[in-house]
Design a protein around this ligand. Structure first.
Ligand code: PLP
Length: 417
């Protein structure tokens, strides 16, 4: 591959095109490993951005998707339905808590967040409060890269700084998601609730905003505050959904039922781009009228793509048949123990794990590209960012590979200058 050509013809994500090293070319992936163009095998410690929950090319996912490919790879979803979508929606409704029963198909996590915003604003309009168009989200929040989703992210983080005044101006209040925030949250909701449509939260783990963990009580408290002030609660479980934190959905561990939940990433076991926004009956019923104008006006071309639905159904089969969530839960102490030696290293601020997420937080990561190269040389694919070196592997990563991932992380971190 001519990397200098590709560096110009592909505009790559999250990198300075002029100075970034050439991307790593991957030619295939199987189980827990990526194979590079020059024949190296790397353990994927990222599960491709949290999505490949059962490992790559799981035979059941491959067979189900191939079977669907030959029968009906795609059909528009306006005015049409199909069995894989019907089955998937029913299964998601059955495993989600309480009356989170109404599944809207989106085509990426960010779009699922946009749909949730539209549902929330539309809900209040249909309830006679059209002025409720603002949202409350939290410090270090990350909800995606599309315009509405960006407006929910922590504005103090630099990644969306370009757009501050131009297109994100109308939004939103941001609060710390910790104990100190209760009074602030209460105060803000009391003062502004007539304008606030919903509170957005990443339950238990704030991902791209710094791999920060908070406890179940925090999420419970947010639900209580939403109830007290009659504001909708939206859980963004695009990263945490499907076992990652040790329960199928993070809100389960908090005993909380949001009004809307967004799911993506591992939904299709990392095979296809698809996400969903699932509403409870309270929200859905507001749109359920005799007036055409009360419909939810959204419909991406590839929504409910049958291949993606088949992959998602196959993934749910595996969650049914195999102890996947239990595996994620059991990974937490293993990651904690395996990464613990990093605590002694200079510049390390914290080492933590939750479910199948392990984090080494450092004072600063000036050497991020160099670190990435060292991990690759040691046979591990990781993508450190911000002040974190973190691992989010497939949930069924076997014990010997968990040990290898942890020892490689500690070794590479110890060899930093
Ligand atoms: N919300 C959360 C919590 C995420 O972690 C992400 C992606 O990392 C998104 C939303 C956006 O999802 P996508 O990248 O599929 O658009």
């Amino acid at each position: 591959m001519n990397s200098s050509n590709s560096r110009q013809s592909i505009w790559r994500p999250y990198c300075q095109m002029k100075t970034a090293p050439s991307p790593l070319e991957i030619v295939s992936a199987d189980g827990f490993e990526l194979t590079t163009a020059d024949g190296r095998k790397l353990i994927d410690g990222m599960a491709s951005w949290w999505s490949v929950c059962h490992g790559y090319a799981h035979p059941h996912v491959v067979e189900s998707t191939l079977e669907q490919l030959s029968r009906l790879p795609h059909v528009m979803f306006g005015g049409i339905t199909h069995e894989p979508a019907e089955r998937l929606a029913a299964r998601l409704a059955a495993i989600l808590p309480a009356d989170l029963d109404h599944v809207f198909f989106a085509d990426s996590g960010s779009v699922a967040v946009e749909v949730a915003m539209k549902m929330a604003v539309g809900y209040w309009r249909r309830r006679g409060q059209p002025q409720r168009q603002r949202f409350l989200s939290f410090t270090h929040a990350y909800h995606g890269d599309t315009t509405g989703a960006m407006s929910l992210c922590d504005p103090d983080r630099s990644m969306h700084a370009d757009y501050g005044d131009a297109i994100l101006s109308q939004h939103h209040s941001v609060l710390p998601v910790d104990d100190a925030s209760e009074a602030a949250c209460h105060e803000l909701l009391a003062r502004h609730k007539e304008n606030i449509a919903a509170v957005f939260v990443e339950p238990l783990v704030q991902g791209a905003g710094g791999m920060r963990f908070h406890d179940a009580e925090t999420v419970t408290r947010i639900r209580r505050l939403c109830d007290e002030h009659d504001v909708l609660m939206i859980a963004d479980e695009i990263a945490t959904g499907f076992g990652r934190t040790g329960t199928m959905f993070a809100v389960e561990a908090c005993d909380v039922v949001p009004d809307i939940i967004c799911l993506g990433k591992a939904l299709t076991a990392g095979t296809m781009t698809m996400a969903v926004t699932v509403a409870n009956s309270r929200v859905f019923d507001a749109f359920w009228t005799d007036r055409t104008a009360d419909a939810l006006m959204h419909g991406p071309t590839f929504m409910a793509n049958p291949l993606a639905c088949a992959a998602a159904n196959a993934s749910l089969d595996l969650f049914d048949r195999e102890p996947r969530v239990e595996q994620a839960r059991r990974m937490e102490p293993k990651l904690q123990a395996g990464l613990a030696p990093a605590r002694e290293l200079p510049g390390v601020v914290d080492v933590r794990s939750r479910g199948a997420i392990g984090v080494i937080q450092v004072e600063s990561l000036a050497d991020v590209e160099d670190l990435r190269t060292r991990f690759v040389d040691a046979g591990l694919w990781l993508r450190p960012f911000g002040d974190c070196v973190y691992v989010t592997p497939p949930l069924n990563l076997p014990d010997d590979l968990i040990d290898r991932v942890c020892s490689t992380m500690v070794e590479v971190m110890s060899s930093r200058d």
